[in-house]
Design a protein around this ligand. Structure first.
Ligand code: ADP
Ligand code: MG
Length: 373
């Protein structure tokens, strides 16, 4: 068990014509002992490169990586006591599950009794005892992935590295293995660095999330902190599905020192903001309003409009059973609303009133994308 510290880690690859390919730029991150930290970001943002540098499979261009108190930046992979589970895990096809689990331990010259004990322990943790004699070709995708995780567990490393381990599985298997990996972390009490581009995985699995974009760290922290207080529009838009609505508009002064947001481009969204003294400096300037789909709801019969109520044209309703996903038109923007109420699909085509939870609104600077606090 150990913490992992990235200090100003930079990775720049060299292309075939010698050109620089920046992958990770000045990444500093503290991964506490026993934590489950998710590196989240779109394809190409440097997640795999970061993991490979922690594993020792890739050299650093600059910066340092510490495991515990030891600078491992120059150590070969075998001396780091970390194991990595890849997206394209490959089991040895000619070996049984048990032999696949034992393989890495044989290479390290553990005794047969030790090997048998560790293999059965890992199989027990993963619930795969019954498939130990089978060959990989006779396993489902989910079982194969469990065996791949098992190969990492038997090595009892100080740090586990997972690179998108669930992305080749179907949705149901993904959800199941997600829950199993959370339990596994609780049980093993070990440090996990988990890479994914899937925000739902990150939100549900991580004790903390680090969001990367173009090789740079955007924000790190507890999942709900990032969800509720994203530092910029990129983090805000990357976390949450359906994603946050972004609406351009201006701040308007209202009587009694109150402020309202008015949508640009002739849109129908105009709502009063909760009193925030620091916003007065932004009157008449352009801002980006961030409104999550669950943070505004159709006004129900009997509910009275308030200062956060606005009209919109209901385009499409998608009932999911538990809720309704609505697409609305304000005249300038299409918004997605996640309604807790079941909305009749026959309502589509009509003008409706919606009420925002104005305490939850976020404002961003359209020039820098930074959240206005
Ligand atoms: N071995 C390599 N040689 C050259 N460029 C690479 C290599 N590996 C990754 N890259 C580039 O580095 C960037 C980050 O890649 P990667 O770390 O794989 O991102 P992610 O895992 O987030 O998709 C990308 O632009 C990718 O094309
Ligand atoms: Mg990758």
């Amino acid at each position: 068990m150990a913490s992992v510290t990235l200090q100003n880690v930079t990775k720049i690859y060299r292309g075939r014509r010698g050109e620089e390919i920046p992958a990770v730029l000045g990444l500093s991150l503290e991964i506490p002992d026993k934590s489950f930290v998710v590196l989240l970001g779109p394809s190409g943002c440097g997640k795999t490169s970061t993991l490979r540098m922690v594993a020792g499979l890739e050299s650093l261009t600059s910066g340092r990586i510490l495991i515990g108190d030891t600078d491992v930046s120059g150590l070969p992979p075998g001396d780091r006591d970390v194991t990595m589970v890849f997206q394209n895990y490959s089991l040895y096809p000619h070996l049984t599950v048990a032999e696949n689990l034992a393989f890495g331990l044989r290479v390290r010259r553990l005794g047969p009794a030790d090997i048998a004990r560790r293999v059965h322990e890992a199989a027990g943790i993963l619930g795969i005892e019954d498939i130990l004699p089978r060959m990989p070709r006779d396993l489902s995708g989910g079982q194969q992935q469990r065996v791949a995780v098992g190969r990492a567990i038997v090595r009892q490393p100080r740090v586990f590295l997972f690179d998108e381990p669930l992305s080749n599985l179907d949705a149901k298997m993904r959800a199941q293995l997600r829950a199993e990996l959370i339990k596994l972390h609780q049980r093993l009490q070990t440090t996990i660095i988990y890479v994914t581009h899937d925000q739902a995985e990150a939100m549900t699995m991580g004790t903390s999330i680090a969001v990367l974009r173009d090789g740079t760290l955007q924000q790190s922290g507890r999942p709900l902190h990032l969800y509720n207080q994203p530092c910029n529009a990129f983090v805000a838009g990357f976390l949450g599905a359906p994603p946050m609505n972004f609406i351009r508009g201006t701040l308007q002064a209202r009587e009694g020192a109150r402020l309202a947001f008015r949508e640009s481009g002739g849109g129908s969204l105009e709502i009063e903001l909760p009193a925030r003294t620091n916003l007065a400096r932004l009157i008449e300037t352009e801002v980006l309003l961030g409104l999550r789909p669950e943070h505004f709801q159709p006004l129900l019969p009997g509910e009275t409009p308030n200062a956060a109520t606005f009209p919109a044209h209901l385009d499409i309703v998608e009932p999911t059973g538990a809720e309704s996903i609505c697409y609305l038109q304000t005249g300038a923007n299409t918004l997605i609303c996640r309604s807790r109420h079941i909305i009749d699909t026959r309502e589509a085509g009509h003008r409706m009133l919606f009420r925002a939870d104005s305490a939850k609104l976020l404002l961003f600077d359209p020039a820098t994308n930074l959240r206005i606090d």
